[in-house]
Write a protein that binds this ligand. Structure first.
Ligand code: SAM
Length: 360
């Protein structure tokens, strides 16, 4: 189960999706839009060698942390993983970038008063991020150990952020969870040692081997992840970008995703699925997205065999109470595409009665 609320997370249906992937076949499981990493983790648990990719550094960091076994991260110089977490929880608060731009006591450069974190939490986040950087510089932690701690910090940050689900805006009053003191929590590692690589790249530029199984879970609405999760990205990278506007967005346009535009989504997904070079591609999509599932299936049959699995009804993404009231549910689909000669029909395998309750 993923530990992060994330738009489009497949936490509750990871095992259903991996059932469709089947057993490892010699190639890698390529999770081209890895997000929170729950699918990559499930694939690794089932013995697949995994390549996890996302355009966001924060996603790649969070995914990498999900794939680790305790032998990957001994934290020898710090006395073990638990000691490292404890040191971060006790480290000296710092009036740094997060304090300055995203807490009420900091003076943001653009003069905005942003309530993403209480002053105490903002200085603790700055202190912990700076401590991890120092440990890297002093070679007291490896790059992988540092990524694990940054992922733990991102998840701790997310638990106390004064937001309604995403960082697209902050709340005008403090939520009860935002008033809690930020605290990193050690995670349970994988029992097996996963074979995995991570990559922070545009999925449209990935080239894979024919024997790899490619899983595509692109954004399906206009919500650009680079903007909606801007603050996690800043903490993951650990930089101090020029941020602007009421919500303090970091420059994100370079990571704008074609899948978030109604007019670009279908051609982009078609080009990706047919051009990536794998002999088998699985695509997650749902009935509320920019692309009509029939249009996707009909477009793909010109390039090979298509099976459409309706995985069932799932609860809709509800960033706040008002949208929960407007709720409704969506059908989650898995499109299986095997490139080859054009085919005439889409094979449809429906299980509409199942209720999958998507976690967020
Ligand atoms: C629907 S989410 C994936 C959710 C993921 N399967 C999970 O269960 O957490 C889509 C992801 O695609 C990423 N993304 C958007 N455009 C991308 C692109 N062109 N290349 C790679 N990743 C992209 C976003 O950053 C986001 O993490």
């Amino acid at each position: 189960m993923g530990r992060l609320r994330y738009i489009g997370s497949k936490a509750r249906i990871a095992s259903v999706i991996l059932e469709h992937a089947g057993s490892p076949t010699g190639g890698r499981f390529v999770d081209a839009f890895c997000g929170t990493g729950v699918i990559s983790r499930e694939a690794a648990v089932r013995g697949w060698p995994v390549l996890a990719n996302d355009t966001l550094n924060s996603s790649v960091t969070i995914t990498l942390a999900q794939m680790l076994n305790q032998h990957d991260v001994s934290f020898e110089a710090l006395g073990g993983y638990f000691k490292a977490i404890q040191k971060l929880n006790e480290c000296k608060p710092l009036e740094g970038f997060i304090f300055r731009e995203y807490s009420p006591s900091g003076q943001s450069q653009s003069g905005h008063n942003r309530l993403y974190f209480t002053t105490e939490n903002a200085t603790k986040i700055d202190g912990a991020r700076s401590q991890i950087k120092e440990w890297v510089t002093l070679r007291l932690v490896t790059e992988v150990e540092a990524s694990l701690l940054i992922a733990d910090l991102l998840e701790a940050t997310n638990r106390v952020a004064n937001i309604a689900g995403t960082y697209g805006c902050f709340l005008s009053k403090w939520s009860p969870s935002a008033k809690r003191v930020v605290e990193l929590q050690p995670r349970k590692m994988l029992l097996n040692e996963a074979r995995f690589e991570t990559l922070c790249s545009d999925a449209c530029k990935l080239k894979v081997k024919p024997e790899d199984l490619v899983y595509l879970d692109p954004p399906y609405t206009k919500r650009q992840y680079a903007a909606y999760y801007h603050l996690l990205e800043t903490i993951a990278i650990g930089d101090s970008p020029t941020v602007g506007g009421v919500v303090g967005l970091r420059p994100w346009e370079a990571k704008a995703s074609p899948f978030c535009y109604k007019g670009k989504a279908l051609p982009a997904l078609l080009t990706l699925a047919t051009g990536i070079g794998a002999e088998r591609v699985l695509i997650s999509y749902n009935s509320q997205g920019h692309i009509q599932i029939n249009d996707l299936a009909e477009a793909l049959i010109a390039y090979g065999k298509v099976t459409l699995h309706a995985l069932g009804e799932i609860g809709r993404y509800r960033p706040n109470e008002q949208s929960a009231a407007n709720g409704g549910s969506v059908t989650e689909f898995l499109v299986e595409f095997v490139p080859g000669r054009p085919t005439k029909d889409v094979k449809v395998v429906a299980k509409p009665k199942e209720n999958l309750e998507l976690a967020l």
